[in-house]
Design a protein around this ligand. Structure first.
Ligand code: AMP
Ligand code: MG
Length: 348
């Protein structure tokens, strides 16, 4: 199949909307990452998403709708969830809500809940309006790879496997949506994102954060969110995170860099803009500002993909505090590193 790369004008959006109604797959920009969309009520179309991504069938999809009203046909919304939706939607938040029978089981892997999101990106919204169908859409990458934040990333992974990709430029948030399970007595964040637990507390009395957000699952531990089971966001090279006091981190990063060079490896350092001068002479990539974790969120996946394109074998990265959006950044970075972390203060 030839995959069309479309600029987001009305004519092209109509073309893509028709393709969705037809049961085909469309790559669409959202404020978080690019999605691989299909009509959520069309079982065959939803199966095609899993096939195109190589996604395990037990990892449920998020269903995108334009409004709370549209969500109501798919799930039950109590007063507490409605409050959250009215405050944060449209936006980078996904709510797990009790599912109605109309949603095919293939969408939510047979679980009692369905994941619902109302995106704010104008292109995604127009496409949802024009198609008139709820759109199941996971990130538009090959399963396991860093999520796509540009149309080119989607092309690189999935060209030939979908009808079209709508090019909406770079994604503003850059990390996948916050996932909150509203079916629990205490609403629980299963995946951190642009909407932080503190922000959620402005409309909820209590918010829990699944403690597996920053660590691997223990043996035999059941994943609250099936997506947490899988290796994720990983570059081809081996990434290791270096934590500790600023000076110790910089010293160790440079030492490990020199050792990797000696072993004839292609090596790259990931550092915050504030620390770049410390790595002069090294192959160093800026991953944003330590003071503004949003800037790291926005470019993290692109930087990981670029390291792949440059054939980097070994990567070492600075880390930031797991607070605010920093929690989402550290969740993705830890998984990309397979939780490999060195404490520079202990090493020294
Ligand atoms: P993605 O589609 O790649 O953004 O991933 C969606 C995430 O939401 C994955 O981690 C899923 O496991 C999680 N998810 C979606 N629906 C459910 C559900 N009904 N229960 C638990 N987790 C879910
Ligand atoms: Mg994904």
């Amino acid at each position: 199949m030839e995959t069309l790369l479309l600029t987001p004008n009305e004519e092209n959006l109509l073309l893509a909307a028709n393709a969705l109604q037809d049961g085909q797959l469309v790559g669409l920009p959202t404020e978080t990452v690019y999605g691989l969309g299909a009509d959520a009520l069309n079982e065959a179309a939803v199966r095609a998403i899993f096939a195109a991504k190589g996604r395990p069938a037990d990892n449920p999809l998020i269903v995108h709708v334009p409004s709370i009203q549209a969500a109501e046909s798919l799930c039950h919304i109590d007063d507490r969830s409605r409050r959250v939706m009215e405050y944060f939607c449209p936006g980078p938040l996904t709510l797990l809500l009790p599912k109605k029978p109309i949603v095919p089981e293939v969408v939510n892997a047979g679980l009692p809940s369905v994941a619902i999101r109302i995106p704010s990106h104008p292109v995604a919204r127009r496409l949802l309006e024009l198609s008139g169908v709820p759109v199941a859409a996971p990130s538009a990458n090959t399963s396991g790879k860093p999520s796509p934040t540009t149309a080119q990333h989607v092309m690189d992974d999935l060209c030939g496997k979908l009808h079209s990709i709508i090019d909406g430029g770079c994604c503003q948030v850059g990390l996948e949506s916050t996932v909150i399970d509203m079916t629990r007595e205490v609403p629980t964040v299963l995946r951190p994102g642009g909407i932080t637990p503190d922000m959620l507390l402005s409309v909820l009395d209590e918010v829990a954060v699944a403690d597996s957000v920053l660590r691997p699952l223990k043996e035999g531990e059941k994943a609250l969110s099936p997506g947490m089971l899988y290796k994720h966001y990983a570059p081809k090279g081996t990434l290791t995170l270096i934590k500790g006091s600023e000076q110790a981190v910089q010293q160790l990063m440079k030492k490990l860099y020199a050792e990797a060079l000696q072993q004839q490896k292609t090596v790259q350092l990931f550092a915050f803009s504030e620390h770049l001068p410390a790595y002069e002479g090294c192959n160093v990539k800026c991953i944003g500002s330590l003071k503004e974790p949003e800037t790291v969120a926005r470019q993290l996946f692109a930087v990981l993909r670029q390291a792949d394109a440059e054939g980097v074998d070994v990567l070492f990265s600075e880390v930031l505090p797991a607070k605010g959006v920093g929690l989402a950044v550290m969740n993705r970075l830890s998984r990309a590193a397979g939780f490999r972390t060195i404490d520079a203060d202990r090493e020294g």
